[in-house]
Design a protein around this ligand. Sequence first.
Ligand code: GLC
Length: 531
Amino acid sequence: MTPPADDAAVPWWTGAVIYQVYPRSFADANGDGIGDLPGLLDRLDHLAGADASLGVDAVWLSPIYPSPLADFGYDIADFTGVASEFGTMADLDRLVAACHARGLRLMLDLVPCHTSIEHPWFVESRSSRGSARRNWYTWADPGPDGGPPSNWRAAFGGPAWELDPASGQYYLHSFYPEQPDLNWRNPEVAAAIGEVMRFWFERGIDGFRVDAITHAIKDPMLRDNPPAGPPVPPFPRDRTGLDPVWSDDQPGMTDVVRFLRSVADEYPGRLLMGEAYLPVERLARYIGAGAGEGFQRSFDFELCLIEWGAEPFRRTIERAELFTPPGAEPTWALSNHDLSRHATRFGERRSRLAALLLLAMRGTICLYAGEEIGMVDAPLSRTPLHDRFGRDRQRTPMQWEASPTGGFTEGEPWLPLVDPARRNVADQSRDPGSLLNHYRRLLALRRSSSALRRGALSLVAGLPADLLAWIRTSDGERVLIVANMGDAATTVDLSRIGSDGEVMAGTGSRDGALALGHLQLDPLEGLLLRL
Ligand code: GLC
């Protein structure tokens, strides 16, 4: 299956906007209350190819593979299958073809660092100490005190080691005990994951988001991690209370990333986008624009961790510009299936400005399904309904219509919807001033303006405290992004940049030319001005 034609000089992911779908929650076609591939197929008009589409460049699907759901899809029992609740391989093939027919790329989630305990590889590995696949996972004898081999902790709490009573050895799991870590020091593991990638590339998949990649390699001596030092803002103190110097982001990681990239490079136009929760200076070695060098992209999660404010945003952008390797670009998102939605985190009244800032950034942008209508976290009780780590709140079904099940399903939704009568795609489509139409306008501008899509970025220095501004430049086109992130109206003199700017878009309804020498900005107002 051939992907859409590419502009040979510039890869499709340059400045691209990728839309993340959590498949269980997007659209349910068969009424079982769980989103599925036919449901997504029916809703592709929302994304691309129709008049009122958002006009994104690609869709990334969180895992669609068979899974016992200990970690809701991220514990995979078959890397090359489609879970029956999502449909069939034929549905997937249809989805690839339908996306490509609209010029939309389709990405999947690659989870290379662990499997489900039910994966046949682990079942075989666990069967005996002498099993041919024993060394596909990390097995170790108890420590000197008879307990776990090291003090390593799992990301979701508890020890990172689980005793297998039958063999008397422990196996390693960076996440839940149901997710044993694959042993990437074993070349057979690398070869097997390479085959998984080829399987999907052959079916026409345009790339992968690569899950939890920093966990691939561990210290072979299994040395104890030291206690966590002071946190490095904006990253919180490591949840485990330890500094994972021997179990995360190890020196050998570069080889793993290069191997994955070399497989992607066998196929033209395929993107690898890493997931690594690291400060951007440590992220840099995971990224490489050139063939075989690293992932073309890797999320910069600092934007998801900072407080709202001009200074934290400015510092985040400045750090990304400084540390992102030449030829590559930052990768930004404000929300995803693991984190509190930004309409909740930053506050709903800031959503319009947040969208304007995000879609004017330099780099590849990921939108999380529902953010375009301002979806917020569900106010579920603290007892999780499904996810033991409490992430149900940001995974509730997409709200298509005002009905109680939001047009998501005709059955009983697997998670309750939050507020479909208040926010939904159908109503917001009809309202020219809605957040959804604001996203559509911003996306259309990003597609039509080469400065916004792929221009260089330079921050404007010396602004009053609540103001943030930068300029994007490409092929003689210059766009000024200026935002008042504070709650008081303000006036700024930007005459050093130019005499005036033509409004391309904004959080409000201003248009025409504005004098930069006396620019008045309402609270939480943002503007894109053509210079
Ligand atoms: C990634 C996923 C998350 C999952 C974890 C383990 O962080 O985004 O949902 O729980 O990896 O696979």
